[in-house]
Ligand binder design. Structure first.
Ligand code: 5AD
Ligand code: SF4
Length: 468
């Protein structure tokens, strides 16, 4: 093959985009592409976009403006720079992207990126190529498996998509339109992926899906398996020290998932369970199909199964028609639950979604003020949660060298970064850390016991950061 071509890929938005970006790299490796961190010397730039909120799409268009200059410059230097837009903006906007940003050569939706090699060839021939189909076949069956060296370079923590798309149609959300109908991967394929990752030094797996606990992939017995059963099975794979899943919907929490939290020590007691609002009126207008009390009961079931469990959530402020009273109900719910952290957003109308047509838009100034109050409350809860770690001994999965020489950084069960002074061979191990103090969001401490788990022969490269 000729000299390797260089690929720069920039991902926006959710963890699934991070995962998809890696799979795009895997897809293009057999075509002679190697990844580069620098846009400047790339032959191909892929923007892997997010459409969930307005700013994300706008960022893509301004990035494309910058790429136009880079493309002109490359042309003057006698090189060709190919620009591709992938992900949910590609899906939602389609040809509009090429109209608005003629710099773009390839547009590819989240369900068709396994066609990237053919699309690049078509773009070379015809000048442009677009694929935003929802193919009937499963893209995962067409994607090459990541190679051992790539897995190792990506670190000790990895994402695995188990479910994709969403049939819930919350009235504010574009996901059902951009990612399509809900589909689950068969258990056998997920197990193969996790085994391959474990064999190459991965210690922590996060199962991802837009609605991950709606998972119902076909099990080896030919019957659909719920997420709890899948987790139970994955927990038996040698080398996997930690399991997580994200993002779940309160309506799909079933007994199998609760039992998994009760029974599996490797299932981390940290659950991202978005509620969006604490007002029943707004929850109904959002088509969430549950009340605030239903949500409280789900939280209680988790807590009854696992006493150390902690939660994070997503909130939207300023959904159309949200009154001060509705917002007060959200704050009250947050007070009651007590979160370890949360993401909060101002409502952003998404074209084509029902909420975008609703009257009673909340004024921007009101949204700003509510967002600030909500974030202040969450910040205080998060600070208290982190402060409670000081003086305790907590298990940390060590991931990589920290910025300070001699320090290694890992994560606790609750994804808090934890730093210790230690030799790099602790990377890939779960070790107890006595936490001395907090530095902003990071825990600082020291190793508190003997190294419990012998280093794996294929342990991950210490110099490369992980996705999580
Ligand atoms: N406006 C604001 N926030 C939104 N989210 C999804 N759609 C919108 C929207 N139109 C938020 C929700 C969701 C998270 C991923 O993004 O809180 O859980
Ligand atoms: Fe969007 Fe609602 Fe589906 Fe989550 S459950 S992806 S918010 S439609």
């Amino acid at each position: 093959m000729n000299e390797p071509r260089k690929l720069h890929i920039k991902s926006y938005g959710c963890q699934m985009n991070v995962y998809d970006a890696q799979r795009m790299v895997d897809t293009l490796a057999p075509e002679g592409f190697v990844e580069t961190a620098a846009v400047d010397d790339a032959d191909l730039v892929i923007l892997n976009t997010c459409h969930i909120r307005e700013k994300a799409a706008e960022k893509v268009y301004s990035e494309l403006g910058r790429l136009r200059e880079a493309k002109d410059e490359a042309r003057r230097a006698g090189r060709a720079l190919t620009v591709a837009v992938a992900g949910c903006v590609a899906q939602a906007e389609g040809e509009e992207i090429i109209r608005r940003a003629p710099v773009v050569d390839v547009v590819v939706g989240p369900q068709s990126y396994h066609h990237l090699p053919q699309l690049l060839a078509r773009a070379r021939q015809d000048g442009r190529a677009l694929d935003t189909e929802f193919p009937l076949d499963d893209k995962f069956q067409h994607l090459p498996a990541p190679r051992p060296d790539t897995i190792r370079a990506r670190g000790v923590s990895a994402f695995v998509t188990v479910q994709e798309g969403c049939d819930k149609f919350c009235t504010f959300c574009v996901v059902p339109y951009t990612r399509g109908a809900e589909v689950s991967r068969p258990v056998k394929r997920i197990v193969e992926d996790v085994r391959r990752l474990a064999d190459n030094g991965v210690r922590e797996i996060t199962l991802i899906g837009q609605n991950v606990n709606a998972f119902h992939g076909e099990g080896p017995d030919g019957r659909p398996w719920p997420l709890g059963r899948l987790l139970e099975h994955l927990a038996t794979i040698e080398g996997i020290a930690r399991l997580r899943y994200s993002t779940s919907h309160p309506r799909d929490v079933d007994d199998s998932l609760i039992a998994a939290h009760r029974d599996l020590p490797s299932l981390m007691p940290f659950v991202h369970l978005p509620v969006q609002s604490g007002s029943d009126r707004i929850l109904a207008a959002m088509n969430r199909k549950h009340t605030a009390d239903d949500y409280r009961r789900v939280i209680d079931r988790f807590r009854a199964a696992c006493s150390q469990i902690a939660f994070s959530s997503d909130f939207i402020v300023g959904f159309p028609g949200e009154s001060e009273e509705d917002f007060a109900a959200t704050l009250a719910l947050i007070e009651q639950i007590g979160y370890a952290g949360a993401y909060s957003f101002k409502y952003s109308p998404r074209p084509g979604t029902p909420a975008a047509e609703m009257p009673e838009m909340v004024a921007t100034a009101v949204m700003d003020e509510r967002l600030a109050r909500l974030q202040d409350l969450i910040d205080r809860q998060q600070a208290a949660f982190n402060a409670a770690m000081v003086g305790q001994t907590v298990d940390v999965l060590f991931e990589r060298d920290a910025r300070y020489p001699g320090q290694i950084v890992g994560r606790t069960a609750y994804l808090q970064p934890a730093h210790v002074l230690a030799p790099p061979d602790i990377i890939g191990q779960v070790l107890p850390v006595a936490v001395d103090r907090l530095e902003r969001y990071s825990l600082i401490g020291q190793l508190a016991g003997p190294q419990q788990i012998p280093p794996r022969s294929a342990s991950a490269s210490p110099t490369v950061s992980t996705g999580a």
